[in-house]
Design a protein around this ligand. Structure first.
Ligand code: CA
Ligand code: CA
Ligand code: CA
Length: 387
């Protein structure tokens, strides 16, 4: 088995790290299958880090919950009874092959590396699923993966945002021989000193569906860098890289319905677009409803209604956008993490609010004209205080 050669000058540390990962993988694989175990839900009730070491009703930090889940057999889930930013003192490390889901639903949780530490390390065979979560300001100076370094584990990212993470390779996510599945997620403001501002993959499998990359930067490939086995993109926007082009390395596999604002992704499907110049977005990363920030589509964006219902998961496996808005809207799905929707119906009236409603009705026509400008008006009502 030969390993694909690297695209950069002298990445000996990378080669050594990959070699070590492969060795650990072999050792762990020989341990064999584990019996299915009951799952436990841990509820984080504090945004502190690290905490006193025990996850209990008095104080359960994210780190304490992860450590508890990691040492409890079964595929566990972590939820939150608090909202806000968790400022990490050090990296959160996943070891358990049983699987762990961290779900920020009904909260608004940002896990922040504070610009000083990587956010997550996923070790060989460990399984981590992130849902409805923001991973921000992770930092791996001179190293791999500011948001996540996946060392031959399995990472599933759904309805989540990676913002302002940085590393030498893979500002948002560095995948090293593992499996990464990204759906309905946004990568914005991530950077790599060398390759892959959003994602850098070297070996393994990366599948990106209905996601939005915008405003990332790197010397090579601000969106996605494929070192060897390429990532597969479908229903995805890679746009507005501030340096280094959108894609790089091995040509990205085109799963259809992708948009790039330059030619670097070299999409081949008839349904995909290279070098798109029409306006795509209504603004930058903003609170558009839902537990995470997203990038709203411009009403005339070529991404809107590009994917027919029943095609590439539209309305079948992909039934909401990142915020939780039902897909499809207007009979077809939009490319990227955001589905353009009509304003949500007014809440049930009580007698005090009736008068207000009459006033609002008057403004409705006026509002409709501008309804996607500010980025504040979400398509759904479920939203809790953004921290
Ligand atoms: Ca505690
Ligand atoms: Ca567990
Ligand atoms: Ca639509």
């Amino acid at each position: 088995m030969t390993r694909a050669s690297y695209y950069f000058g002298a990445p000996t540390a990378l080669v050594a790290a990959v070699g070590m990962a492969a060795l650990v993988l072999l050792v762990l694989a020989s341990a064999g299958a584990r019996p299915a175990q009951a799952a436990t839900t841990f509820t984080v009730n504090s945004t502190a880090d690290p905490g006193d070491g025990t996850c209990d009703a008095t104080e359960c930090t994210l780190r304490e919950a992860i450590n508890a889940a990691d040492t409890t057999s079964g595929a566990d889930t972590i939820t939150f009874s608090v909202s806000g930013t968790i400022p990490l003192q050090s990296t959160l490390t996943m070891n358990s092959p049983d699987g762990l889901t961290i779900d920020g639903q009904n909260a608004s949780i940002t896990v922040s590396g504070r610009g000083t530490t990587r956010v997550f390390t996923v070790n060989p065979l460990a399984k981590l699923a992130l849902q409805n979560l923001t991973v921000a300001r992770g930092s791996a100076v001179g190293a791999f993966g500011g948001g996540i370094e996946n060392v031959a584990g399995t990472v599933t990212v759904t309805n989540s945002t990676f913002s302002d993470n940085s590393a030498q390779f893979g500002g948002g996510i560095f995948n090293e021989g593992g499996t990464v599945t990204v759906t309905n997620s946004t990568f914005s403001g991530n950077s790599a000193d060398l390759g892959g501002g959003g994602i850098f993959t070297t070996g393994g499998t990366v599948m990106v569906t209905n996601s939005t990359f915008s405003g990332n930067s790197a010397q090579f490939a601000s969106g996605i860098f494929n070192n060897g086995v390429p990532a597969t993109l479908r229903n995805t926007i890679v746009a507005n890289s501030t340096s280094g082009g959108n894609c790089g390395g091995t040509t990205t596999t085109d799963g259809g319905y992708n948009i790039s604002t330059d030619g670097t992704c070299a999409f081949t499907a008839q349904t995909s677009t290279n070098g798109e110049t029409r306006p795509l977005f209504a603004g930058g990363l903003a609170n558009n409803g839902g537990p995470t920030q997203t990038i709203a589509l411009h009403p005339t964006s070529p991404a809107v209604n590009a994917i027919p219902q029943g095609t590439n998961g539209c309305g079948t496996t992909i039934t909401t956008d990142q915020r939780g808005v039902t897909r499809p809207q207007f009979g077809a799905c939009d490319i990227g993490a955001y589905e353009l929707a009509q304003a949500s119906p007014p809440p049930p009236l009580d007698k005090d609010k009736k008068k207000q409603h009459q006033k609002k009705k008057k403004h409705k026509h006026h509002k409709k004209k501008h309804h996607h400008k500010g980025g504040g008006g979400g398509g759904i009502s479920q939203s809790s205080g953004q921290g």
